[in-house]
Design a binder for this molecule. Structure first.
Ligand code: SF4
Length: 174
C-alpha cells in the first residue's frame, strides 16, 4: 500500500536552504517519520526566488496582515514575493495528506513566529505568511510544526488526522 505523502519545510530534512545556507535537520523526522511517510519538500523562500544566502526577514506590523521585512534592511519587503509564491505552490499540495512546518519562521511558522511592531518592539507571535495562506486555502489538511511533533499526544493526533484525511482523499478519487 502507498505511504502517505506529506509536505514538509525542506530545511527540516537537512536541505541547506535557510537564509544563511544552513538547515534544521530534525532526527525525529529524518530517522523516525521517514519510515512511514514519503516527503514533498518545499521551501517557499527559495521558491519565491529569494536565493541562498539571502537577507534574513522578520514579521512586522498587524497580526492579521504582517509584512515580511528585512531585519538588517527594513526597506526590504518580501511579503508580495512570498504570498504570490504561496498561491502558485498550492496546486502542488493536492495529493499530500499533511504538512509539517518549521516553527518560528516568518514564512513557515504555524503559530509561534515572532512579530514586532514598526519600532521593532516585541508584539507577540503569529503565523508565517506562507503557512497562513496554506491553512486558509486548505483548512482540512492536517498541519503540525516540528515543535508540536515533540509532544507525544499531539504527534499521535497528527498521525490519526493524516490517516483520516487520506481516507477522505481515497473516497473522492485522489
Ligand atoms: S523555514 Fe521554510 S522558508 Fe525557512 S528555510 Fe525552512 S523551508 Fe525555507
Amino acid at each position: 500500500m502507498d505511504r502517505p505523502r506529506i509536505a514538509i519545510s525542506s530545511c527540516l530534512l537537512g536541505e541547506p536552504v535557510r537564509y544563511d545556507g544552513g538547515h534544521k535537520r530534525n532526527p525525529r523526522i529524518t530517522d523516525e517519520l521517514s519510515q512511514q511517510f514519503d516527503w514533498l519538500p518545499l521551501c517557499p523562500e527559495l521558491e519565491a526566488g529569494l536565493g541562498v544566502p539571502r537577507p534574513p526577514v522578520r514579521l512586522v506590523g498587524d497580526r492579521q496582515q504582517p509584512r515580511a521585512l528585512g531585519i538588517d534592511n527594513p526597506g526590504l519587503d518580501v511579503s508580495a514575493a512570498l504570498t504570490g509564491c504561496a498561491q502558485r505552490m498550492l496546486p502542488r499540495l493536492h495529493d499530500v495528506s499533511g504538512y509539517i512546518f518549521k516553527s518560528r519562521s516568518p514564512s513557515c511558522g504555524l503559530i509561534d513566529t515572532p512579530l514586532v511592531d514598526s519600532d521593532g518592539r516585541d508584539s507577540g507571535v503569529t503565523a508565517g505568511l506562507y503557512a497562513a495562506l496554506v491553512r486558509a486555502a486548505m483548512p482540512k489538511l492536517p498541519l503540525i510544526d516540528e515543535q508540536q511533533l515533540e509532544q507525544a499526544d499531539r504527534r499521535e493526533q497528527f498521525l490519526r488526522e493524516v490517516e483520516a484525511y487520506r481516507q477522505s482523499q481515497a473516497g473522492r478519487g485522489g
